[in-house]
Every structure is written in C-alpha cells, then in structure tokens.
Design a protein around this ligand. Structure first.
Ligand code: IPM
Ligand code: MG
Length: 368
C-alpha cells in the first residue's frame, strides 16, 4: 500500500486534543490494513506565533503544499488577542486557504439519528437532516482590498472591508455545487443579497448562467437573511446550499447547531483539480479552538474524526473506508457514546479520549 502523505496541524486550544483522536484512528486504519499514512506535524496559529513569531511559517506552508492532504485542528485564543492584526492566529489559516487555492469549502450538516434530541430545534425538524453547504473560501470580504482603518481629519476613524467577486470565482464554486447536487438529491439553493449588494447581483447572474449546463438540477435563489431564517424554520428543505465566503461562515454555524453541536461538523476545503487529477485539500472541523475547555478532555473529537473521513473520500478516493469511518461514528453515537456537548442533562459523558476510543471500538466491531 502506498502511504498517503498527511500533514497534521493541530493548532491551538482543543486542536491538539481532537487531533490526538484522529491519530488514534489513523493508527487503527493502518493496523487493520485499510489505509496507511505518512504523517508529519507542524504548527499553525497561536502555537506558531509562540514558536516562530508568525502564525504560519513559509516552511509549514511548503510542507502543506507538498502533502497529499492537510488536517487542521483549530486556531486562536485569548492569549493572542493583542498580537498585530497581520500576524493574528487566524491569519495562518487564511494564508493556507488562499495560498493553496482552496476555494471550495464543503460543510456537511448531518443530524445523526441518535442526536435528534440534542438539537436546539424540535426532533421532527432535524431528524434525517443532510445539508451540504458549499462555501466560497478564497474571495469575498475576507480577502478584498482595500481592507483598512484610517483616521479622518476630525480624529475619528473609518474602517473598510471590500466584498469583491469576479465571474470566474463564482463560476467555479457554482460548478462544485451543481456537480455535488447531481450525486445527491439534485437540488441547489444559492444564497446572496442581490437586493443590497452588487456582488450579489453578479453572483445570482453567474449562478443562473452556469445552471444552464445542469438542466437535471433544480436551482433556487434565496436571499441570505431569509436563508438563515429558513434554516431554523424548515431546514430539511435544503440539500446543497452554495454561498459566498462571509454568508457561508455565518450560515454554516447556524446549520451546525441544527445537528446538535458545533462539535459535530467536519469540513473539506478543496482546490482546483490539476492535470494529474489531484487537488490540494485541507480538512478541519467547523468549530473553533474553544480555549475555555482546552486541555480538560471535554472537547468532542467527532468533527475532527469526520474531517479525516472526508479526506479519505475526497483526497484519497477511499470511499469505502470513509463510509466505514462515518458508520463507526454513527454506531458510537447509537451505542450511547456522548461528550458533554451532546449528552442529555444529568447523564454521564465521555471525555475526548473516551469518544476517540468509542469510535475505534465501533470500527473494530464493523470489520469484525
Ligand atoms: C471558520 C472560522 C474561520 C472563518 C475563522 C477562524 C477565521 O470561523 O472556518 O468558519 O471565519 O472562516
Ligand atoms: Mg466560522
């Protein structure tokens, strides 16, 4: 078996703890002869600032570029609240996304049967929920220039962020959404605010044009604010939801809570497919570094483990192994394994490591 080259960037806060559980799973997959990985570690975010004075070194970026896939834990925390904006922890993550060209961010929001009661919404609204949010990740207001705070003559300040999208950027993310819809239920909703924003007008126009190549897929346009409302009103109306960088950030946090906990959502950030048929990819949980619970064995590692499953599927073509791992997560939950964030009040919860063990036990049970 050729080992796949994986770069692990645990990052800050709960990042190292949840990454530890992924390493457990990787160890098991190798031992069971399912897949072998050559893993390397490096720093990103606050931990990189502490060691090197920057949130991502050129060397770490080069390693990420050379790897078959990157797994990232989480970045940020109050410890780095006062570092310069240019070198804040999040800048390391944004540089990885931008410099590796990871424009397509897939954020599946799945409500596991065992967790329907952990959701903030009623069981009947979320049971069976399976949404794929396709978030544009290298454009929009995150990267648009100018981005600055200037001082006005009267001494007060003026802050500017720039929301900018080009035809090409919208086209390529629309293709990702329509291609995915073909493998799912054949429906795409596209969220923007064309009633207020020029970038929304262009977004809607380009998505409509690309849709002409996908007559077998149904397309619906929705204003982003209405979409947020619909997500908490009747979330199962959506299948693939394509949107820009900022709306995608917000709507994916909303979708995460529908599933029971932010600790459940994995994500894949993918680049363009090159001539050899491969693409750059980074996999990370949607949740943050949760400094308040870091180092206490409280964090839910399922989003991080689910991110490894996405890597198996999207980077390594190991669909069966991905199904096996996703199935093991479902089984562990069905067997009653719960971390604090998804445990019913007053019930006993597992720690981070305990949940990792429960997934490995479920994997073992599945392969017999
Ligand atoms: C996310 C996060 C990041 C984002 C932060 C950490 C920069 O919230 O991946 O959703 O805003 O994209
Ligand atoms: Mg976010």
């Amino acid at each position: 078996m050729t080992p796949y080259k994986l770069l692990l960037l645990p990052g800050d806060g709960i990042g190292p703890e949840v990454m530890g559980q992924v390493e457990k799973v990787i160890g098991f997959l190798a031992q069971a002869g399912i897949a072998t990985f050559e893993t390397e570690h490096d720093l990103v975010g606050g931990s990189a600032i502490d060691a090197h004075g920057v949130p991502l070194t050129d060397a770490a970026l080069a390693r990420a570029d050379a790897a078959d896939a990157v797994l990232l834990g989480a970045v940020g925390g109050p410890k780095w609240a006062d570092v310069a904006y240019e070198i804040r922890p999040e800048a390391g993550l944004l540089r990885l996304r931008k410099d590796l060209g990871l424009f397509a961010n897939l954020r599946p929001a799945i409500c596991y049967p065992a967790l329907a009661d952990a959701s903030a919404l009623k069981r009947e609204l979320v049971e069976g929920l399976d949404i794929m949010i396709v978030r544009e990740l290298t454009g929009g207001v995150y990267f648009g220039e100018p981005k600055e705070i200037t001082t006005l003559p009267d001494g007060t300040k003026r802050a500017v962020d720039t929301q900018v999208y080009t035809t090409g950027e919208i086209e390529r993310i629309a293709h990702v959404a329509f291609d995915l819809a073909r493998k799912r239920s054949g429906r795409v909703a596209s969220a923007e605010k064309h009633n207020v924003m020029k970038s929304g007008v262009l977004w809607k126009e380009v998505v409509t044009r690309v849709h002409a190549e996908y007559t077998d897929v149904a397309l619906e346009h929705v204003l982003a604010d209405n979409c947020a409302m619909q997500l908490v009103r009747r979330p199962k109306q959506y299948d693939v939801l394509v949107t820009d960088n900022l709306f995608g950030d917000v709507l994916s946090d909303v979708a995460a809570m529908l599933t029971g906990s932010l600790g459940m959502l994995p994500s894949a950030s993918l680049g363009a497919v090159d001539a050899k048929g491969s693409r750059k990819a980074l996999y990370e949980p949607v949740h943050g570094s949760a400094p308040d619970i870091a180092g206490r064995d409280f964090a839910n590692p399922l989003a991080m483990i689910g991110s490894l499953a996405m890597a198996l599927r999207y980077s390594f073509g190991l669909g069966e192994a991905a199904n096996l791992l996703d199935g093991a997560i479902t089984d562990a939950l069905a067997n009653g394994a719960r971390t604090r964030d998804i445990a019913a009040e007053g019930t006993q919860a597992l720690g981070t490591a305990g949940m990792g063990d429960a997934v490995v036990a479920a994997l073992k049970a599945r392969i017999g």
